[in-house]
Design a protein around this ligand. Structure first.
Ligand SMILES: C=C(O[C@@H]1C=C(C(=O)O)C=C[C@H]1O)C(=O)O
Length: 339
C-alpha cells in the first residue's frame, strides 16, 4: 500500500469510510445540489452540484496511509497527514467572482506555504461558467482574472500544477486541491499545445495558469501522473468545432501524448505511461445528447480497469464539447499493490 493519496470513485451514499489501513483525506460528492463544505475529525466533505440526480452522482474519496489532522483557515477546510494535504473552499453564487477568487486563492497559498505544503493538483467547479457576469465578462474569464492576480502577486508565472476548471449546475465556485510537503513534483507541458499561461488575449483578459499534467514522486518512491482537464485544443486553437466525436478523439490523443514516454523523457522523467494506465477518469460532456457517442469512444480507448465517470457540464470555451482528466499510477513503492 502506498503512502500517497489514492482515490476511489464510489456511488453516493456508499460507505465512504476508508479501507483498512487507509485514512480519509477528503470526500467530494458530485451530487444534484450545492451545499456548504463540512469538516469533522475525519476530513473535509465537499459537494459539487454536477449530477442530474443523486443516483447519477458519485463520491470521489481520497485516502492516505496515515491518520490526518483537520483544520479551518479562513474559507479553507483542510486535512493533512504530515506528507499530504487536502484543502477546499466554496464561494457562493456572486454577480462577479474575481475578488472572492482572489481572496480564497490568497488563503490557499498562505495556508499551504505556512504548513510547508506545495499544491500538485487543483480542481474548480464553477456555476454559470460560460455565462456573462454582472459586468458582461464570461464567468470563466472572471475567475481567471481573480486567480491571475494572486499568482502574479506571488510571482507564480508558470509553475502552477495540473488543474481542472469545469462548469457546475449551481452553487458558485467549489475548489479542492492536493498538496505535498515531502517528495517532489514536476509540471509537464504538451508540446502540441501552447502552454495555457501563454494563451493569446483573445481567450480573456488574463490567461489561465496550469500545467498539462503533474508528475508526483512521493517520499516512499511511488510516482503518479495527474492529468489536467484536457480538451480538443492544438496550439491554442479549439479543433473540430461541432464534432463531438472528433473532439473526444483529439482530447484522448492529447492525454496519451502528455503522459507518453516521449513527453516524459523530454521532461527528464523516465517510464512514460499510456491511456491504458489511466484510472479515475472524469469525462465532462457539454450536451447530454452527446453522452452515448462520447462514452462509446472512451470505452473503446480506455482500459476496462479504469474507473470512468461521465458528467454533463459546461467547459471553459463555448466551442468545446468534451473534456477529460485522469490519474496514471506510475510506479509503486517497493512494497504495495497497485491502487
Ligand atoms: C481545457 C482547458 O482548460 C481547462 C481550464 C483549466 C484552468 O483554467 O485551470 C484547466 C484545465 C481545463 O479544465 C485548456 O485550456 O486546454
Amino acid at each position: 500500500m502506498v503512502n500517497a493519496p489514492t482515490v476511489a470513485l464510489q456511488s453516493i451514499g456508499a460507505d465512504t469510510s476508508a479501507p483498512i489501513g487507509r485514512h480519509l483525506l477528503g470526500v467530494v460528492n458530485f451530487t444534484d445540489k450545492s451545499s456548504e463544505i463540512t469538516i469533522d475529525k475525519a476530513c473535509p466533505r465537499v459537494s459539487v452540484n454536477l449530477a442530474e440526480t443523486v443516483g447519477d452522482g458519485f463520491a470521489e474519496v481520497w485516502t492516505t496511509a496515515r491518520p490526518v489532522t483537520t483544520g479551518q483557515f479562513g474559507t479553507i477546510s483542510w486535512a493533512s497527514d504530515g506528507e499530504f494535504f487536502f484543502g477546499a473552499f466554496h464561494i457562493p453564487e456572486l454577480p462577479q467572482y474575481a475578488e472572492a477568487t482572489e481572496a480564497s486563492y490568497t488563503e490557499v497559498l498562505e495556508l499551504t506555504e505556512s504548513l510547508g505544503y506545495r499544491p500538485f493538483r487543483i480542481w474548480h467547479y464553477i456555476s454559470g461558467l460560460n455565462e456573462p457576469n454582472a459586468a458582461g465578462l464570461e464567468t470563466y474569464r472572471d475567475f481567471c482574472l481573480g486567480r491571475a492576480r494572486v499568482l502574479e502577486r506571488s510571482g507564480i508565472t508558470h509553475d502552477m500544477p495540473a488543474a481542472t476548471v469545469i462548469g457546475a449546475h449551481g452553487g458558485g465556485i467549489v475548489c479542492y486541491l492536493l498538496a505535498r510537503r515531502r517528495g517532489a513534483h514536476v509540471n509537464l507541458e504538451n508540446p502540441r499545445q501552447v502552454p495555457a499561461y501563454h494563451y493569446p488575449a483573445r481567450y480573456g483578459p488574463k490567461s489561465p495558469n496550469f500545467a498539462r499534467a503533474t508528475h508526483l514522486t512521493a517520499a516512499d518512491g511511488s510516482t503518479f501522473l495527474y492529468v489536467s482537464g484536457t480538451a480538443s485544443i492544438l496550439g491554442h486553437r479549439s479543433m473540430h468545432p461541432g464534432d463531438v466525436a472528433a473532439q473526444t478523439r483529439l482530447a484522448l490523443d492529447n492525454v496519451g501524448y502528455v503522459i507518453g514516454p516521449g513527453n516524459l523523457f523530454a521532461h527528464d522523467l523516465n517510464a512514460g505511461q499510456g491511456l491504458a494506465d489511466l484510472t479515475a477518469v472524469k469525462v465532462y460532456v457539454r450536451h447530454r445528447a452527446d453522452l452515448p457517442v462520447v462514452r462509446e469512444i472512451c470505452r473503446a480507448t480506455l482500459p476496462e480497469s479504469a474507473d470512468v465517470v461521465y458528467l454533463n457540464a459546461d467547459i471553459c470555451r463555448s466551442d468545446l464539447l468534451v473534456e477529460l482528466e485522469g490519474i496514471a499510477p506510475q510506479q509503486l513503492a517497493t512494497s504495495g499493490s497497485p491502487q
